[in-house]
Design a protein around this ligand. Structure first.
Ligand code: MN
Ligand code: MN
Length: 326
C-alpha cells in the first residue's frame, strides 16, 4: 500500500468519527435533529415529538402510517436550528432560540386492536405531560386526536381544528371510531369545552353538519376564513384553560399539499395556515398539538412532508413554551 493510499484510508476513517459535522444527509434522522429520548421517564425537554404511525382509522386511502418516518426525515432539512434557533426570513425574528426538544420515537402501534392502540397513545401523551413537556404528535390519520385528548382530563380544553372536513360523524355503518368520527368523539369528552373548526369545504352529509352546529361547534369555512383573515376568525374561540391544536394537512389546497388521503378542491395556502397557527398559539396556553393525514404514498416530490415539518416549526415558534422541568 502506498503512502497516498494510506492517507486516503486515514481520511475516510476520520470521516466516521462520532460528532463530526455532517453536511450531506446521513445518519439516523430525528425530528429536526433533536436528541432522542425513548424513555419518557427521562424526558426533560420543553418540546416532545411523538410519531404515531396509526392509519387503521382511514376509510379510503391508507398510508399515513408512513408519515412519522417521512416527516422526521424531511425535518432534518431544518436541523441546524436546534440550539441556536432559526431566523424566519419573512418575520425577521428569531425562532426557538435555546428551546429544548426531544424526539421520543414512535408510539408502539400494533395491528388491528383499536382500544389497545388508543390506550398506548393516551399513555404516551400522559407521560409527556407528566414531564411538563409539550406533546407534538405527528400522525398517522386523524383518529389519533381522540386518544391524545383523553390525556387531558381535569383541564378545560378548547380544540382548534384546521381541516377541510368536519370529522363529526356520529355513527356510519356502525363505525364510531375512525378519522371521520374523531372530532365528534373528542367533543363528547368532558374536558373538551369548545371546538373551533376552520377551513371546511367540500360536500358533507346534512346530518353531520347539523350535528356539529347543534353541538355548538364554531364552523368557519375555508372561504370565510380567507375572507375575514386569521385574526378575526380565531378571535371567536371559546375561553378555555388550554388549547389543543389539531391540523389535518388536507386543510391546505391540494396543489400545496398533495400527499394526503382525502384531497379537497379549494383550501388554504401555506401562508394562510401559518397565520392561523400563529393566531391559535396566541389564544392562550397551548397544551398539545398534532399534525395528521400526511400520506407519503401520494407525495412523490416529498413536498407535503417537508411542508408539514415547516408548519410544526412555525407553530412552535409562536407558542409560549413551558419552562424546562429540570
Ligand atoms: Mn380532512
Ligand atoms: Mn380530519
Amino acid at each position: 500500500m502506498s503512502a497516498t493510499e494510506r492517507e486516503v484510508i486515514r481520511q475516510r476513517t476520520e470521516a466516521l468519527t462520532p460528532g463530526k459535522r455532517h453536511l450531506n444527509r446521513s445518519g439516523s434522522p430525528t425530528f429536526f435533529g433533536s436528541s432522542q429520548r425513548l424513555d419518557l421517564q427521562q424526558l426533560q425537554e420543553q418540546v416532545a415529538f411523538l410519531g404515531v404511525p396509526f392509519d387503521n382509522g382511514t376509510n379510503d386511502r391508507p398510508g399515513s402510517r408512513f408519515a412519522p418516518l417521512s416527516i422526521r426525515d424531511a425535518s432534518m432539512r431544518f436541523r441546524d436550528g436546534i440550539g441556536p434557533g432559526w431566523i424566519d426570513l419573512e418575520q425577521g425574528t428569531r425562532l426557538l432560540e435555546s428551546t429544548t426538544m426531544a424526539d421520543c420515537g414512535d408510539v408502539a402501534i400494533r395491528t388491528v386492536d383499536f382500544a389497545e392502540n388508543f390506550d398506548t397513545i393516551t399513555a404516551a401523551v400522559r407521560a409527556v405531560r407528566a414531564a411538563k413537556s409539550l406533546p407534538i404528535l405527528v400522525g398517522g390519520d386523524h383518529t389519533i386526536t381522540f386518544p391524545a385528548l383523553r390525556a387531558y382530563d381535569g383541564l378545560r380544553i378548547g380544540i382548534i381544528h384546521f381541516d377541510a372536513h368536519l370529522d363529526f360523524t356520529d355513527d356510519w355503518a356502525g363505525v364510531r371510531f375512525s378519522h371521520d368520527n374523531v372530532l365528534r368523539r373528542c367533543a363528547e369528552l368532558p374536558q373538551v369545552v369548545g371546538l373551533t373548526q376552520i377551513g371546511l369545504r367540500g360536500l358533507e352529509r346534512p346530518s353531520v353538519y347539523d350535528d356539529a352546529r347543534k353541538h355548538g361547534s364554531q364552523i368557519i369555512s375555508a372561504q370565510e376564513y380567507i375572507r375575514v383573515g386569521a385574526r378575526k376568525a380565531l378571535a371567536q374561540c371559546p375561553t378555555a384553560d388550554g388549547y389543543y391544536v389539531t391540523v389535518d394537512i388536507d386543510v391546505l389546497n391540494p396543489a400545496v399539499a398533495p400527499g394526503t388521503g382525502y384531497p379537497e378542491a379549494g383550501g388554504l395556502t401555506y401562508y394562510q395556515l401559518k397565520e392561523g397557527l400563529r393566531e391559535a398559539a396566541a389564544r392562550g396556553r397551548i397544551v398539545g398539538f398534532d399534525l395528521v393525514e400526511v400520506n407519503p404514498l401520494f407525495d412523490p416530490a416529498g413536498i407535503t412532508s417537508r411542508l408539514a415539518a415547516r408548519l410544526i416549526l412555525d407553530f412552535l415558534g409562536a407558542v409560549n413554551l413551558p419552562r424546562p422541568s429540570h
